[in-house]
Design a protein around this ligand. Structure first.
Ligand code: SF4
Ligand code: SF4
Length: 335
């Protein structure tokens, strides 16, 4: 467990304050999508299939800050599309850091070397590099040869420049326990990235490749096998132990979609960044108060049937952690 101590303390304090105030629904992370355009066209992507006029849209610095301030989340994950295409990305990051938000910039890393001089290392900032496996697997996943090498090169450049570097790996049906172990061992032991995020892929309705999404049973099976022998304790995974228990089927949870709300070029997405099931809300208040949250999650909504993604189930795990002294200690020590 490798969430930096500063971030752990800030998030713990934030959750404690929300509980003291009696607030029932509050965001842990804001998923901010300032554009949907990308310089790749991955087969499993549900974001880039919009018409050109939508892909050309950008949220301004002011739009982004207003969304962050309205919802108040302590952590902001900037995704898209490809955030580094956005001309004002350095200003957006800078303004968020000034407000002491923990910022993760999710990127495919193609433009990282060209733009890295526009960013500064900070305990409040980390690159989150998309890497779906080793060379052949990643290049297949992003549908372009040579992207794995570019991402690895960018990771080394960013680490040498003093930045914190996280990775984000999505697993599909082509993966098995061995491919999970191979890529996590490589990122953890050879590249020595600061932390690694993992997720089974969500079956986006608009993704061109509908054949290769993992179902619930297969997800549990491959993670149980990959984590066997205390393997998961040696990896610096950016997840609560309870979410990892959930992935390998030791526990099951309800989804908490309001824990990671998404603000995008259309407004506040309902119910989560994976799925757009109802009209977008104009404000965060409208999102929270006027969404029928009870209808979402596995067993409740057909589009949630196979979902075990971190954006719905990690918030449940984090909130359960904060209600148990035993689980809080386990999370703190990396159990
Ligand atoms: S890099 Fe990300 S946003 Fe771009 S096409 Fe691939 S999955 Fe979609
Ligand atoms: S289960 Fe939760 S996170 Fe997954 S698609 Fe449904 S609402 Fe979103």
């Amino acid at each position: 467990m490798s969430m930096p101590l500063l971030q752990k303390l800030a998030v713990g304090k934030y959750v404690f304050e929300k509980k003291v105030k009696g607030e029932k629904k509050y965001p842990l992370v804001l998923e901010l999508e300032p554009l949907l355009q990308c310089n790749l066209a991955c087969a499993g992507c549900g974001k880039i299939s919009h018409p050109d006029e939508i892909l050309r849209k950008r949220l301004s610095v002011e739009d982004c800050i207003a969304a962050v301030e309205e919802c108040g989340a302590p952590v902001v994950s900037i995704a898209g599309g490809e955030p580094l295409i956005h001309d004002q990305m350095p200003q957006i990051v800078d303004e968020l850091i000034k407000r002491k938000k923990f910022v993760f910039l999710c990127t495919n890393a193609i433009l990282l070397k060209k733009k890295i001089h526009l960013f500064k290392p900070s305990p409040y900032f980390a690159w989150m590099i998309h890497l779906d496996g080793m060379k052949e697997r990643h290049d297949e996943s992003v549908c372009r040869d040579g992207i794995f090498d570019k991402a690895i090169d960018a990771i080394k450049v960013a680490k040498d420049a003093g930045f914190r570097v996280f990775t984000n790996t999505t697993f599909f049906n082509q993966d098995d326990a061995q491919s999970i172990r191979t890529v996590l061992d490589y990122l953890n032991d050879e590249l020595k990235v600061d932390s690694m995020q993992i997720s089974p892929a969500y079956a986006y309705e608009k993704a061109p490749d509908q054949e290769n999404f993992l179902g619930v049973e297969r997800t549990r099976e491959i993670f149980r096998e990959a984590f066997a022998g205390d393997k998961r304790k040696k990896w610096r995974l950016n997840h609560s132990p309870l979410y990892l228990d959930f992935l390998e089927g030791k526990v099951d949870y309800e989804c908490t979609p309001w824990g990671i709300p998404c603000y995008t070029v259309f407004g506040w997405q309902r119910p989560c960044y994976l799925m757009s099931d109802a009209p977008y809300a104009k404000t965060y208040k409208e999102l929270i108060e006027e969404t029928d949250w009870e209808q979402y999650g596995r067993g409740k909504h057909p589009s949630c049937a196979n979902c075990m993604a971190h954006c719905g189930y990690e918030p449940t795990a984090v909130l359960k952690t904060t209600t148990s002294i035993k689980e809080s200690i386990r999370a703190a020590v990396g159990g």
